[in-house]
Design a protein around this ligand. Structure first.
Ligand code: PLP
Length: 400
């Protein structure tokens, strides 16, 4: 038998897998499953981006390019960061990777030493702690509250810092909570990071998906000192409905980008060249399809909250999300009750029974470090969403 390394043995299998497998089985058996578990926009990639990929192939742009990214795309990323985020970066500070996930892995590999502590506000995106552990780091969770809208305060951050702290992973807009930090809140967090010289991995994947007049603000914008400590991660997956194309990027101080580029040159080489040409079109081309997608999410989010406001009387609550396409539904009032013979202990049981009883799939909050909730994604049609919420209500009413 092949003996596995300590490194890979520390990685947990995805807790959502059993759920998705069961949902797929039910669908295959002909059941109408409503899926609130989706982690990607339910829109197709805009036509002009697809056309740019076809053009690239027709022109023969099918060869290797520079490992850290196509020069034209790095330039487009620099222009995007200047235009949208008020940030000046040079192309040699940009690394193009296989999705935002790969950019995050690269950043942690570059900065976190064995035993280094990485502060992660909780609830968190489930990949962060796994990547940290993969490189021998230690995740340190900062528990946020519903009252704060699931946002970490500067005081909480300061209290979590130790001599071993090597990074803060900061995600705004946040998956799973939809929390969007304001400029003031970000400035307060940046002040602590600069004071203690803490590197920030700023995951801005959901930048374009903000609502109610909220404006995304990057922590790198706060000051030149903060920018020197920031590794900014973004990509085209969520903003341009391009999850399958696999393109993310990071912007960092030159020495960091150079080291990451060298690692990538041995690990994966360049991201698919055709995807890179398509991504130039995404960043530089017509932004109308993206704005239409945001408008659809805006309408669904409003409808979801309107319906859920009517459910408060039966014990279902939620924390208002300000970004991304997720909402954390608070369901712990139902723990200790039974669905038929099955006792519901926590979010995993709640989600499994909801699926079995009402054929509604949702992600248990325990996967994100908060067992009191289930995560609902509104990347599904308005009709399905409305029906799904009715089924959730019926499920809750059926518990005794
Ligand atoms: N960051 C967050 C918070 C995400 O939710 C995701 C994807 O779900 C990513 C990064 C990674 O995106 P990509 O598909 O580009 O790897």
């Amino acid at each position: 038998m092949i003996k596995l390394t300590h490194r890979v043995s520390k990685i947990s299998p995805s807790m959502t897998l059993a759920m998705s497998a069961r949902a797929a089985e039910l669908k295959a058996a002909g059941e109408k499953v409503i899926n609130f578990g989706v982690g990607e926009p339910d829109f197709n990639t805009p036509a002009h981006i697809i056309q740019a990929a076809k053009d690239a192939m027709d022109k023969g742009y099918t060869k290797y390019v520079a490992a850290a990214g196509l020069p034209a795309l790095k330039k487009a990323v620099c222009e995007k960061l200047a235009r949208d985020n008020n940030l000046e970066y040079k192309p040699n500070q940009i690394v193009i990777s296989n999705g935002g996930k790969h950019a995050i892995l690269n950043a942690v590999a570059a900065v976190v030493e064995e035993g280094g502590e990485v502060i992660i506000p909780s609830p968190y995106w489930l990949t962060y702690p796994e990547v940290v552990r993969f490189f021998g780091g230690v995740p340190v969770y900062v528990e946020t509250t519903r009252e704060s809208g699931f946002k970490m305060t500067a005081e909480q951050l300061e209290a979590a810092i130790t001599p071993k702290t090597s990074m803060l992973i900061f995600n705004s807009p946040c998956n799973p909570t939809g929390a969007v930090y304001s400029e003031e809140e970000i400035k307060a967090i940046a002040a602590v990071c600069v004071k203690h010289n803490i590197c920030v991995l700023s995951d801005e994947m959901y930048e374009k998906l903000v609502y109610d007049g909220q404006k995304h603000y990057s922590i790198a914008e706060v000051s030149p000192e903060m920018k020197e400590l920031t590794i900014l991660v973004n990509g085209v997956s969520k903003s341009y409905a391009m999850t399958g194309w696999r393109l993310g990027y990071l912007a960092a101080p030159e020495n960091v980008a150079k080291a990451i580029g060298s690692c990538q040159s041995h690990a994966t080489s360049n991201v698919n060249t055709i995807t890179q040409y398509a991504s130039v079109a995404a960043l530089e081309g017509d932004q109308t399809p993206m704005q239409e997608m945001v408008a659809a999410f805006t309408a669904r989010r409003a409808k979801m909250m309107e319906i859920l406001d009517g459910y408060k009387a039966i014990g279902i609550d939620y924390v208002k999300p300000e970004g991304a396409f997720y909402l954390m539904l608070i369901v712990d009032k139902f723990y200790g009750k039974k669905h038929g013979e099955k006792l519901i202990h926590g979010s995993m049981d709640f989600a499994m029974e909801l699926l079995a009883g009402e054929k509604v799939a949702a992600t248990p909050g325990v996967c994100f470090g908060d067992d009191s909730c289930i995560r609902l994604s509104y990347a599904l049609s308005m009709e399905e969403m409305i029906e799904g919420l009715e089924r959730i209500k019926a499920f809750c009413l059926s518990l005794n």
